[in-house]
Design a protein around this ligand. Structure first.
Ligand SMILES: Nc1ncnc2c1ncn2[C@@H]1O[C@H](COP(=O)(O)OP(=O)(O)OP(=O)(O)O)[C@@H](O)[C@H]1O
Length: 793
């Protein structure tokens, strides 16, 4: 793929390259000097035209005859050329022609940047036409000013726009010219006007205020003298003793400053530092000038982002305020609290999509812990599940009571994707998670997290949450910018993303399926990601960049040479849908690479999202937790689970169906997760999948796993006790895979792997074949018996 990328880059570069004549150095010298000299001669003949033009008219009309003499300094040719360019052409602006021709000569001689020369010609020609039309107004006084072209265009414009219209048109063209060529803005004019005004004002005030300054200065000086005295702890006596020092400098200084009026405002001019460009920078600038910035999306240049209509629109969207419900809840809260003799100063409600937040300010003297302890009583009196008390709400000085709405509104993915906050977000990997309690769209940057842990009991919205994350990225990022590594042990949740394999997915070189469903393969993929991480660190080190964003900017600016192994680096997002399952089967073997990635991968653009149903401490271990500061908790069944995920309670009081708590290390934010259904994902993946794709999925570096490490001379006496049983399982099933042994013999991955190695050494299974199961070399149990008997002889 890398190769094909390089090819397409090359092609695109060739395509982008303008057609150009290749001149040899001698040809450049000849053509360049000709044009330079011609430019100078034109200029001389033009100047001469203003003195000799009138008298040379007959010489021009009689050009063929050698008898007639012209007075132009370049004789008849000069007379003809200047008549052609000035009188019949563009008037005095024809001088610009001679300048442009001279400049072209110099550019060719010095072999300078052609793009700049083209730009000079473009703007030069525009100026010639503009000036000649402007001078066309004065053709009645002198027709050499605007020339015939200027006169004709001017009178044409006047016929249709009148004099005023023509003047305004010229003014408008001038503004366009200044704005584009000199990058002038309205602010520049305002600034110019302001500084001119202040200069004039300053001139006037200078004389008047001179005396005021003197007084102010005197005051300041005496104050300063006092301050110095006290700082140095010098008493007046000491100063008096040192007569010459005391009296002279202060007085002199006073006088000196009096004589010099102070400018009303001191303008600080920041000297521009001239950056010295290295050779590579120069080359990069030249490349950028010729071909523009490197565009990683070029290979799929026609790629269309999925449109909003692929997402479902819900009729019941938008919060409906049920006044009676609000009133009822308020009364119940007030009543319950008053039963415990807690008075309330004020109460305010904020209605969210699934819960309403009642913010109360208790009377002075009420202990907060008292209200917090009443959580269950309030829940009972409101007869509602999922009441959460936040006492106090950080930064607000109030106590919050979250009460679920009777009718929850669905937060559609469409509404959060369409929100301005998401659409205009400048984040690198923006994720629209849903809506907060105050009904604001909640968008977070995965890069900032930098990894995300999602947990929640089964059926509470984890898979929908993962889909929301993936959908957000699909709506915002081009296939060249982000790649997903999807691990789905449940085998059904993420299968729909298979359709976008060649656009967005990454996989191991020899695997057939991009979405990993087999736990044993996850280990290889994780280790491969570790290799990718190390490779990327090496690239960043060589490029002197601290993170992937800096690196990619540098690469786009063509400052990194692809021949040195540099390439545009897409973000890689690893999504594991059921982490508990993985850690149960593979234990340390997955924990170690995951911890390594979580600790180190943030700078090089690898981000992990892991979800689990079982938020117990043996799944979310200390080492994992320490590296996943950003966490999402859907509803869980016990306080202990909530504590494991969030380091506090709260997740056990959620109401399910996408109701979640998000934390990035500090505050807990309650969010209603955006809902995206399977048909919607299907439509999006279908839409993307039907478009032109890369030839293959993004290939991760090859990882030679333990399985292929064949230490073939394993001693018979060292064999596992279960060796014979394992051999029988393999031969009966005719499938040489470690996971089969794990299942049938209820082994850990390590032991099953060792058994497979021993079976290979005994010639029962063939060598490691990447993603495929090993070949079984023994056809049936009888042959197996024979083989093992022979071994014992
Ligand atoms: N944000 C949401 N808004 C509305 N309903 C939701 C939301 N999220 C989930 N649901 C409802 O909950 C059901 C279960 O969600 P989901 O499949 O995501 O659960 P899960 O936690 O992944 O379960 P499991 O762990 O068993 O896969 C969905 O089919 C849907 O009806």
């Amino acid at each position: 793929m890398a190769k094909s990328k390089a090819n397409t880059n090359k092609n695109s570069k060739e395509k982008g390259k303008p057609f150009s004549f290749k001149l040899s150095s001698q040809q450049k010298l000849i053509l360049g000097s000709f044009l330079a000299i011609f430019g100078v001669l034109l200029c001389i003949s033009f100047i001469s035209f203003f003195f000799t033009g009138d008298s040379d008219q007959s010489a021009i009309s009689d050009f063929g005859s050698r008898e007639t003499k012209a007075e132009n300094w370049l004789s008849k040719s000069g007379a003809w050329l200047s008549d052609f360019f000035i009188l019949r052409g563009f008037g005095i602006s024809a001088f610009i022609f001679s300048g442009l021709i001279f400049l072209s000569g110099l550019y060719i001689l010095l072999d300078s940047n052609k793009a700049k020369l083209r730009s000079h010609w473009f703007w030069g020609l525009l100026t010639i036409v503009w000036l000649s039309v402007l001078f066309g107004f004065f053709s009645n006084f002198n027709d050499t000013l605007g020339g015939t072209v200027g006169y004709e265009i001017n009178s044409f414009l006047q016929d249709y726009l009148g004099i005023i219209g023509t003047i305004f048109l010229l003014l408008f063209v001038l503004i366009v010219f200044l704005a584009i060529k000199f990058k002038l803005t309205a602010q520049t004019f305002i600034q110019l006007f302001k500084s001119a005004k202040e200069n004039i004002k300053g001139d006037f005030n200078q004389g008047e205020n001179q005396d005021d300054y003197t007084i102010a200065l005197e005051n300041n000086l005496s104050m300063e003298a006092e301050a110095i005295k006290s700082a140095l702890d010098i008493s007046d006596d000491v100063i008096k003793q040192k007569e010459p020092i005391k009296s002279k400098p202060l007085k002199d200084l006073d006088l000196q400053i009096k004589a010099e009026p102070i400018e009303p405002e001191i303008e600080m001019v920041v000297a521009k530092t001239t950056e010295e460009l290295s050779e590579t920078d120069n080359l990069a600038n030249k490349l950028v000038e010729n071909f523009g910035l490197f565009d990683p999306t070029l290979e799929l240049g026609n790629y269309q982002f999925p449109h909003l209509d692929l997402l479902k629109k819900y009729d019941s969207e938008g919060i409906t305020i049920n006044q009676a419900e609000l009133e009822e809840n308020k009364n119940k809260i007030v009543e319950t609290l008053s039963n415990y003799s807690i008075g309330i100063a004020s109460i305010k409600a904020t209605i969210g999509p699934t819960v309403t937040l009642y913010e109360i300010v208790p009377n002075a003297g009420v202990r907060i812990s008292k209200i917090k302890n009443l959580e269950d009583d309030i829940a009972l009196s409101l007869s509602a599940l999922g009441i959460r008390i936040i006492a106090p709400i950080p930064g607000k000085g109030t106590i919050g009571i979250e009460v679920p709405n009777k009718n929850a509104t669905v937060v559609s993915m469409r509404s959060v994707i369409a929100s301005k906050k998401f659409q205009n977000s400048e984040m690198q990997l923006p994720i629209a998670l849903g809506k907060t309690i105050s009904n604001e769209t909640f968008v977070v940057d995965l890069v900032k997290m930098p990894h995300l842990l999602m947990a929640g009991a089964t059926g509470q919205g984890k898979s929908v949450g993962l889909n929301a994350v993936l959908t957000s990225l699909l709506y915002k990022k081009h296939p060249a910018e982000v790649k997903f590594v999807l691990v789905d042990p449940k085998k059904v949740e993420l299968t729909l993303f298979n359709k976008i394999e060649r656009h967005y997915l990454a996989k191991l070189p020899d695997s057939e399926e991009a979405i990993i469903t087999d736990n044993t393969k996850v280990i290889n993929t994780l280790n491969s990601l570790c290799i990718e991480m190390d490779n990327r660190y090496e690239l960043l080190k060589n490029a002197l960049c601290r993170n992937i964003a800096e690196y990619n900017i540098k690469f786009k600016a063509r400052k990194l040479n692809p021949n040195d192994g540099h390439q545009f680096l897409p973000y890689i997002v690893l999504v594991i849908d059921e982490f508990a399952d993985l850690i149960m089967t593979a234990g340390k073997e997955v924990e170690t690479p995951i911890a390594r990635l979580a600790q180190l991968a943030r700078a090089i653009g690898i981000h992990l999202i892991i979800a689990t149903q079982r938020p117990s401490v043996n799944v979310i271990t200390g080492i994992i937790k320490a590296n996943f500061p950003a966490r999402i908790a859907f509803r869980v069944t016990s306080k202990i689970d909530s504590r494991t995920i969030l380091d506090g309670s709260g997740a056990d009081q959620l109401i399910g169906r996408g109701d979640m708590l998000f934390t990035q290390g500090n505050d807990l934010i309650r969010v209603q997760c955006a809902f995206v259904d399977t048909p919607e994902i299907e439509r999006i993946t279908e839409f993307i999948g039907s478009q032109k794709a890369y030839p293959d999925a993004f290939l991760l570096p090859e990882y030679v796993g333990e399985e292929s490490g064949t230490s073939l001379d394993i001693d018979i006496s060292d064999r596992d006790k279960l060796f014979r049983e394992a051999a029988e399982v393999i031969v009966t099933a005719q499938q040489g895979s470690a996971s089969l042994l794990q299942r049938k013999l209820k082994l850990g991955y390590n032991r099953a792997g060792r058994l497979i190695d021993q079976l290979e050494a005994a010639g029962i299974v063939g060598p490691f074949e990447g993603s495929k199961a090993r070949q079984v070399l023994v056809s049936d149990l009888t042959s197996l018996d024979k083989l093992l008997e022979n071994e014992n002889l």
